[in-house]
Write a protein of this length. Structure first.
Length: 311
């Protein structure tokens, strides 16, 4: 945040918009709640429209308030970027790149991407935060990261798509698995085997459950976790792991697993998206990182799915 760039009424307005509470905003601003209320009233009088709806348990933005909040939020974030660029002038360091991703990308794919970028951009400063899909989107909405890489099944308002690619769910198994010899699988075949699946908030699990519901199928997971790094070491024949391709790409390249796509439509609906905040101006270092990351995603999309071998 760069609060000094905003007038006092605007600063008070943003804090109430973030917290939904005059008292919480006052505590963050180290002023009395009455002072916050006066500044909000002053701003509403100047604009000639209410910015908040008052409720017994807090404040919610009106349509005008949401529009003003989005504009001020982006303006403050852009100002932070300019200040950081000014501070870097005359220095040796490249600008900072803040990245957030979900856990499936974090163990192997993103370290390779970040390492390649650092090699090409000595002195670059990279921050990588790993979280759930909702957590990384919230970081982006708050301006606490520049970019987010995640799997999505529906558009998210307020976020700009920098790059998108199909990201179907795959059935991952050992090369000697009976299903490894097939090029395309049906959900009805896969549910006959012990399944390693994500938690219910994970997109692979959501789409698989949707397909099972449509087909009237039921299954009992052998192992459930929202952490792919805990799932992969447990995979053995006859287990089947539901996963994205990028998560297991390194194991496919090493010949340890194969990945097979599903014929069922629900499991083909997912997309990988690289997201930024709508209305933001990305700094040159962040733009360079976007280009580097998109090249890595494009190269990985030339999927090697692995070869089956005899039991």
């Amino acid at each position: 945040m760069t609060p000094s760039l905003l007038s006092i009424p605007m600063r008070h307005f943003l804090e109430v918009a973030r917290s939904g509470s005059v008292n919480q905003a006052a505590a963050r601003l180290f002023v009395a709640p009455s002072a916050v209320s006066r500044q909000i009233a002053k701003l509403e009088d100047a604009l000639g429209t209410p910015l908040f709806e008052r409720h017994a348990r807090g404040m919610s933005l009106t349509a005008a308030g949401r529009q003003l909040s989005a504009h001020l939020h982006n303006a403050v974030l852009d100002a932070e970027q300019v200040i950081e660029q000014v501070r870097d002038l005359g220095g040796q360091q490249a600008g900072r790149v803040r990245m957030a991703c979900t856990e499936g990308f974090a163990s192997h794919f993103m370290p390779g991407v970040v390492g390649g970028f650092r090699d090409a951009n000595p002195g670059s400063r990279i921050e990588l935060h790993v979280g759930s899909p909702d957590e990384v989107s919230l970081l982006l909405a708050r301006g606490e990261t520049d970019l987010v890489l995640k799997y999505v099944v529906a558009p998210e308002p307020g976020l700009k798509i920098e790059h998108a690619a199909p990201a179907p769910v795959h059935a991952v198994m050992r090369p000697d698995h009976p299903l490894a010899r097939q090029r395309l699988l049906q959900v009805a075949e896969v549910v006959r085997y012990p399944l390693i699946v994500g938690s219910k908030g994970v997109t692979t699990r959501q789409l698989f459950d949707q397909a099972c519901s449509v087909l009237g199928l039921q299954y009992r997971p052998a192992f459930v976790s929202n952490f792919s790094s805990a799932q992969l070491p447990l995979l053995r024949t006859p287990d089947v792991l539901l996963s994205g391709h990028l998560t297991v790409m390194h194991l496919i390249n090493e010949g340890q697993v194969v990945a097979r796509p599903f014929a069922d439509a629900p499991l083909q609906q997912r997309r990988l998206q690289l997201l930024s905040l709508e209305g933001r101006t990305l700094t040159p270092p962040v733009q360079a990182f976007v280009q580097h990351l998109v090249r890595a995603i494009t190269q990985a999309s030339r999927r090697r799915l692995g070869r089956a071998r005899a039991p």
